[in-house]
Design a protein around this ligand. Structure first.
Ligand code: SAH
Ligand code: SF4
Ligand code: F3S
Length: 475
């Protein structure tokens, strides 16, 4: 009897198992389409392109309609509170608008920042995949489909090389290439060292091969990506290669027109890098040079490891080596204890240096960062006022800069037809200025000489001097 009962029980279990497997198979067959939304920086954009490649490699189709997709993937950012609130708001709305059976995955920096806590906050999430676990996307998806359980994978450091060959890029002209992941600088306000882990450089042969393949496919511009590209190679002394060496190697690629890099820490901007910008034909004359604040006390409290004077000296050296260089910057206003006089130092620094691009942010307190130990004591109105002051100043600087460009002829890489006006093309100068001009789509991917005749808030407007179908290497 006992044997019989056990047999019956195991038969029952077996049937349940078969039924469950069939159900899962049915579900698996169901996941045919996915929708992906990316928040945050270029590093997240590239990670999304890799995830798109991974999902396509298992036969899923990417669609733009989140209400019918079988899988919804949000690649999130944690840099400021607003970035997290945007993604959380989206997750809340998805609960109502998604297809009932749709799976929801959260990837990116918020995945690392919140880990399991995300599941408590938003119970509908099926998986949480950290920035260092992208290679496991399909494994996690299989696991969730097989077991029906929620899954959380968030490694603290980047340890498994990614298959970058799988990347699916929408842009046919410009490509991002990852050269270093993570950050070792530990600025006191910033979540990145915790959401992306310590710096890990990618092997130069791998980078070179990917760049070569991109050029062979017809890409004209490559942006080398990292939280601090200038640290490249320092974590791997045995490779005996630093950032400027890598730039020299990539510059040798026949057919590549432009190389950019994003982003740099002022401390690691070396004379060798400045000379590379001067000497290498592909390397564009634009450097993102994040100042963050103009007061030495605040810089110290931010752990930026340079003084205002050292920063100014570097800018002067760069400008003496590359006189036509354009500079970009990031600024944080309202850092804890920042006084009016200290803010004024930041304003003066912007006025003196005159950056071509300025990203200005109000300080946002981030959980897990050293700055959490200080009270977020600058009232929101004061932060807003300081923000507006700097935004107005930058507007004036942009206007002055654009006025000087009226009547000049600039080399522009044609990127795409303008979304707003069909008859217009858009492109960028070597110094990263947006330009719009009339032209036909067959010119996308070519370098053109554009004579500037006017400008709007964000963009220079011009005319092509003599359309050139063949590429001309820019000076
Ligand atoms: N590695 C890059 C920064 C990436 S984050 C660099 O050092 O240049 C982009 C910018 O976001 C930073 O430069 C900083 O200006 C801003 N930022 C980072 N954390 C912030 C915070 N807690 N509040 C407000 N802005 C912040
Ligand atoms: Fe953040 Fe500083 Fe690293 Fe930039 S250098 S990512 S601001 S910790
Ligand atoms: Fe955001 Fe992470 Fe980039 S916090 S800015 S997506 S590195």
């Amino acid at each position: 009897m006992i044997v019989k009962d056990t047999q019956f029980a195991s038969f029952q279990q077996y049937s349940i198992l078969i039924f469950f497997r069939l159900y899962i198979l049915l579900l698996m067959r169901h996941v045919k389409t996915f929708f992906i939304k990316t928040y945050g920086c270029q590093m997240n954009e590239l990670d999304s392109e890799i995830m798109v490649g991974l999902l396509k490699s298992r036969g899923l189709e990417r669609i733009d309609d989140e209400t019918t997709a079988d899988l919804i993937l949000l690649n999130t950012c944690s840099i400021r509170d607003l970035a997290e609130r945007k993604a959380l708001g989206k997750l809340g709305r998805l609960a109502k608008t998604r297809k009932n059976s749709a799976l929801i995955g959260v990837a990116g920096c918020m995945a690392n920042a919140k880990k399991e806590a995300l599941l408590q906050k938003v119970p509908n999430i099926d998986f949480v995949l950290g920035t260092n676990n992208i290679h496991e996307l399909n494994t996690v998806l299989d696991e969730v489909l097989r077991t029906g359980n929620q899954s959380v994978r968030v490694d603290p450091r980047f340890e498994h090389e990614l298959d970058y060959q799988i990347t699916v890029r929408d842009d046919p002209v410009k490509a991002h290439v990852s050269i270093i992941r993570g950050c070792d600088k530990y600025c006191t306000y910033c979540v990145v060292p915790y959401t992306r882990g310590p710096e890990v450089s990618r092997h130069p042969d791998d980078i070179f091969l990917e760049c070569k393949q991109l050029v062979d496919k017809g890409y004209k511009e490559i942006t080398l990506l990292g939280q601090n590209v200038n640290s490249y190679g320092k974590d791997k002394p045995e490779w005996n290669i630093l950032f400027h060496d890598l730039l020299h190697r990539i510059d040798s690629l026949e057919g590549l027109e432009r190389v950019r890099f994003m982003t740099s820490h002022p401390v690691d901007i070396t004379r060798e890098l400045m000379e590379a910008i001067r000497d290498l034909p592909t390397l564009c004359e634009f450097v993102h040079f994040p100042l963050q604040a103009g007061s030495n006390r605040i810089l110290k409290k931010m752990h930026r490891i340079y003084t205002k004077e050292e920063y100014f000296e570097k800018v002067a050296l760069l400008r003496s080596i590359v006189p036509n260089v354009a500079l970009g910057t990031d600024i944080i206003v309202g850092f804890p204890t920042e006084t009016d006089a200290e803010f004024e130092e930041t304003r003066k620094a912007l006025e003196e240096i005159r950056f071509s691009v300025g990203f200005i942010f109000a300080y946002s307190q981030r959980k897990g960062t050293p700055a959490m130990r200080w009270k977020d004591d600058i009232p929101q109105e004061v932060k807003d006022e300081r923000l507006q002051t700097l935004l107005h100043l930058q507007e004036q600087i942009y206007k002055d800069e654009r006025t000087k460009l009226l009547g000049q002829t600039l080399e522009v890489l044609v990127e795409a037809p303008s979304k707003r006006e069909e008859t217009l093309l858009k492109g960028r100068t070597r110094c990263w200025k947006n330009v719009l001009f009339p032209g036909t789509p067959d010119l996308v991917g070519t370098l053109q000489q554009i004579k500037v005749h006017s400008f709007t808030n964000q963009t220079l407007m011009g005319e092509i001097l003599q359309p050139k179908k063949l590429l001309i290497v820019g000076a």
